[in-house]
Design a protein around this ligand. Structure first.
Ligand SMILES: [Zn+2]
Ligand SMILES: [Zn+2]
Length: 117
């Protein structure tokens, strides 16, 4: 259980506007950048401490993006998270691996996406 949430590789495909993570178990997650930005887990983006408990909102990956995003830098935080520096200057969000895995928007992990994507 623990180990499948470890990444083998993290790649940003800027022109495709997505970030791809290959996990230790071979699963590949591909996150549209806007959904990833809007799922920023920091206290500001989540709307205050009282909202911190709620999980990621995967439906954010399937909307029409409002703009193009650029990832300037990705910092590793220990073994459990990454911090993403966005081109709007925001870099507070610590994306834990287990949270990223839990918000994988692929059809297998998120069958609710249905046919409208
Ligand atoms: Zn944030
Ligand atoms: Zn998946």
């Amino acid at each position: 259980m623990e180990n499948k949430n470890k990444p083998k590789s993290v790649t940003v495909y800027q022109s495709d506007q997505r970030l791809e993570i290959e996990w230790a178990d071979g699963h590949v997650s591909s996150y549209p950048l806007e959904g990833l930005r809007r799922n920023c887990p920091c206290v500001i983006c989540q709307g205050g401490h009282e909202h911190m408990g709620k999980g990621p909102d995967r439906s954010l990956f399937f909307g029409e993006p409002e703009r193009e995003w650029e990832i300037l830098e990705i910092d590793k935080i220990g073994n459990h998270a990454i911090r993403i520096h966005w081109d709007d200057g925001h870099k507070n969000g610590m994306y834990r691996w287990d949270r990223l895995r839990a918000m994988c928007p692929c059809q297998e992990c998120y069958p609710e996406q249905g046919g409208d994507f």
